[in-house]
Design a protein around this ligand. Structure first.
Ligand code: SUD
Ligand code: ADP
Length: 296
């Protein structure tokens, strides 16, 4: 039986363990090579069916107007696609979003909210779409959405939408959120961005797991540190404890540790000056895992 509501649907954040810019498409989007790592730091979304056809966000947000919210846009897109395929108008839904992942942090919170909405409503509305169908919808909302829909740590190429699952070793991360929000487009349009990093030879890729803390770099970091000195400061501080780098287009900076104890020790030393989190790496997207294994 299809439920009337789905509560506490997690939308986990991601880290880009490295991010290389290897070229640019004709439409201006950049070609990347990156490893996406899911982390146990989540927004939570609650969905309740309505008796009309409206899609409403029931949580207020000063920063994101309702019509721009990626969760709302994802729900409207899915509702339209179900109507197009089946000719039946689906019921509306109230969406409540508990936002924990900071905006403009490079942690992919908006994209993850969109992916969670597509997965949860495909279930609640009995849409019957497969992951590949949801991915075609997701990529229209943001370059990171396909990764969250695949739901496993992955090597991403293209604009980050061509994904090959990778097993990353278990680990803990200290994540610093410098007090700035970085607009992704600002970093990508910089004249100073390196856009010609040599593509990774697949024969060298096994090195990634062996050298996980040191493999590659984030090509967006130099530009982001120049525009936002707080990011440079965070990288310098965290670098005392290991190989610190930025995730995505910033602003968050992370460093990987093999144990929780080690990570917590470092976080404690930084927490009086920085907004600091200790998070565990995840192997699977918790909602995707639950929906895929329902009824087993
Ligand atoms: C850089 C990355 C790495 O994971 O992450 P974030 O820092 O945003 O989390 C992503 O590729 C970001 O994905 P996402 O945040 O979904 O970006 P989008 O909304 O699709 O794009 C915002 C803008 O960034 C530029 N953009 C984005 C992705 C890309 N591969 N090339 C680009 O040039 C484009 O100008 C686009 O208009
Ligand atoms: N539900 C949402 N959560 C976060 N950001 C959202 C959401 N809806 C729309 N956005 C917009 O998308 C932008 C990028 O969001 P996000 O994926 O969290 O980015 P990033 O990883 O680049 O920090 C935000 O700056 C915000 O303006």
């Amino acid at each position: 039986m299809i439920p009337e509501c789905l509560r506490n649907c997690p939308a986990p954040a991601k880290l880009n363990l490295f991010l290389h810019v290897i070229g640019r498409r004709q439409d201006g989007y950049h070609l990347l090579e990156t490893v996406f790592q899911l982390i146990d730091f989540c927004d939570y979304l609650h969905f309740t069916c309505r008796n009309d056809h409206l899609i409403k966000r029931v949580t207020s947000s000063e920063q994101i107007p309702e019509e721009d919210d990626l969760a709302i846009r994802a729900a409207k897109l899915l509702q339209k696609e179900i109507f197009r395929q089946k000719g039946i108008p689906v019921r509306g839904v109230d969406i409540e979003i508990e936002k924990n992942i900071p905006l403009g942090g490079g942690l992919g919170g908006g994209s993850s909210d969109a992916a969670t909405t597509l997965m949860a409503l495909n279930h609640l509305w009995n849409g019957g779409f497969e992951t590949k169908d949801l991915i075609s919808m997701g990529v229209q909302l943001g370059a990171d959405v396909p990764f969250f829909l695949v739901g496993q740590n992955a090597f991403g190429t293209g604009i980050g939408d061509k994904l090959t699952p990778v097993n990353t070793p278990d680990g803990w991360f200290v994540v610093i959120k410098p007090p700035v929000a970085v607009p992704t487009a600002l970093i990508f349009r910089s004249n100073e961005l390196t856009r010609n990093t040599e593509p990774i030879k697949m024969a060298n890729f096994p090195d990634f797991c062996k050298k996980i803390n040191h493999f590659g770099r984030n090509d967006l970091q130099v530009v982001a540190m120049k525009l936002f000195p707080e990011i440079r400061k965070a990288v310098n501080e965290l670098s005392q404890f290991g190989n610190a780098r930025m995730t995505g287009s910033g602003a968050c900076v992370f460093c990987r540790f093999a144990s929780e104890t080690e990570a917590r020790k470092v976080a404690t030393r930084l927490s009086s000056r920085w907004n600091t989190q200790v998070v565990k790496g995840l192997q699977n997207h918790p909602l995707k895992y639950l929906l895929d294994n329902m009824g087993e």
